[in-house]
Design a protein around this ligand. Structure first.
Ligand code: ACM
Ligand code: ZN
Length: 428
């Protein structure tokens, strides 16, 4: 409710809120917030630091009613603050349910308010492909829609222009958008559009999946044409995202088709691979080379450890912490997002008899808040490989934006504390 005039000159009449870059300050995202009788000074070494100082000031203001605004009192204070981790992320699954551009922006606003700086955007799935690819129009004309059990059509996708708009909006709030383009599993959105991408294109009718759970039909890494498709898709996707990191999924890929596919078996033989796990890791390594061509680095779910980890890959540990511990001890960077740590915030946070239906399980606010992303099983000289933490908001049961916000909050705020505040400064 406040309207403040903006003054860019160095000479400012007090009272004022002053924003200042301070090159001598330690810490990329650190800030100092100083409140005295005449002025509020927010300083940071970077604009991001100043931005976080502004968020703290915003959160310390009372909720205001512009109609009968009382004078605002701020207690005198000197705050010096900096994040524990450089990566403070939230994933939103926009495939199982689709969220509008405006709603995604609202979500980014709320992340930024809580000093979160990564929006991991889950864009492709068995249940729908959500990003326009000009070279493969069926990905959106076919792959973005599913026929629900009652015969209705559910769908939606983001045009490349909308993606650019969201990425810019996020970047203006110091939020990096990391897209996730899933391979080699969770790919029915693509396969329903182009059945030749799977091992047995003529064996059944492929349709975008309308049940939750995982398809057994996945990309066929035995065929060169599959890699051509992935390359083409990445060639269009990567330039939309300034992020250095790109997520290629890698989780929950059933190997049952590969075991009987002559193309996959030939690939295994020709490449001297031991088994289907190594065929998965071969696929991930090829994806990594495609990313590298664009100067990008690969993030994958912890299954990318199976069959050998691609060099320099970053592991997102979701099946507990074991994958993250193993990867960090091998010298790989890690993002912690274990369900066991409460970071699957599609789970219930309260009484399951009262809350909107969730996929399963329980992740209380206190559990999220208490989560420490650095397990003691990581050798002290490897702990710097833990880049941060992320909560995942899978969307199977996010039937409305109200339910989505209910699941996200207040646990996002708890995650913000778990990824920003030093362990010994937390106090639930
Ligand atoms: C996952 O939850 N399948 C990463
Ligand atoms: Zn195959």
């Amino acid at each position: 409710g406040l309207t403040l005039t903006v003054n860019n000159s160095a000479k400012v009449k007090t009272p004022a809120i002053m924003l200042m870059l301070d090159p001598k300050m330690q810490g990329e995202e650190a800030y100092r917030l100083s409140v005295s009788a005449k002025k509020v000074v927010i300083s940071g070494r970077t604009s991001a630091g100043i931005f976080y100082g502004i968020q703290t000031l915003r959160k310390s203001l009372p909720i205001m009613n512009a109609a009968n605004a009382e004078p605002i009192m701020l207690p005198a204070a000197e705050i010096t603050d900096a994040p524990r981790f450089a990566y403070r992320g939230m994933m939103l699954d926009c495939s199982r349910h689709f969220f509008s551009v405006d709603f995604v922006k609202r979500y980014i606003d709320l992340l930024a308010l809580h000093n979160m700086n990564v929006f991991h955007w889950h864009l492709t799935e068995d249940q729908g492909w959500r990003i326009e690819i000009k070279k493969y129009p069926r990905l959106t004309t076919v792959g973005s829609k599913r026929i629900e059990g009652d015969g209705s059509v559910y769908g939606g996708f983001y045009t490349q222009e909308q993606v650019r708009d969201i990425v810019k909006y996020a970047s203006d709030r110091f939020v990096t958008v990391i897209p996730e383009i899933e391979l080699p599993g969770h790919a029915m959105g693509a396969i329903a559009s182009y059945p030749e991408l799977t091992c047995f294109p003529h064996r059944r009718v492929y349709e975008v999946r309308n049940l939750w759970g995982v398809e057994q039909d996945v990309y066929c890494p035995g065929k060169e044409t599959t890699f051509k498709f992935i390359q083409d898709v990445l060639d269009e996707v990567l330039p939309l995202f300034p992020s250095e990191y790109v997520h290629i999924g890698g989780d929950e890929c059933p190997k049952i088709r590969w075991k009987e596919c002559p193309d996959c078996q030939r690939r295994i033989k020709e490449e001297g691979l031991k088994n289907e796990e190594e065929l998965q890791s071969y696929t991930i390594r090829r994806a990594q080379k495609m990313l590298a061509k664009h100067g990008k680095k690969l993030i994958g779910w912890d299954e990318i450890l199976e069959g050998g980890l691609a060099p320099s890959a970053t592991v997102m540990s979701w099946r507990g912490e074991d994958g993250g511990i193993k990867a960090a001890n091998m010298g790989h960077d890690v993002i912690m997002t274990p369900g066991s740590g409460g970071l699957y915030i599609d789970h219930y946070q309260g009484d399951s008899k009262i809350e909107p239906v969730a996929i399963c399980c329980y992740a209380s606010l206190e559990k999220v808040y208490s989560y420490n992303p650095i397990p003691s099983a990581i050798a002290p000289d490897k702990r710097h490989h833990i880049k941060g933490a992320q909560a995942n908001l899978w969307a199977e049961y996010l039937y409305t934006t109200d339910i989505m916000q209910y699941r996200a909050f207040p646990r996002v705020i708890a995650l913000a504390a778990a990824s920003w505040t030093p362990q010994d400064r937390k106090d639930y």
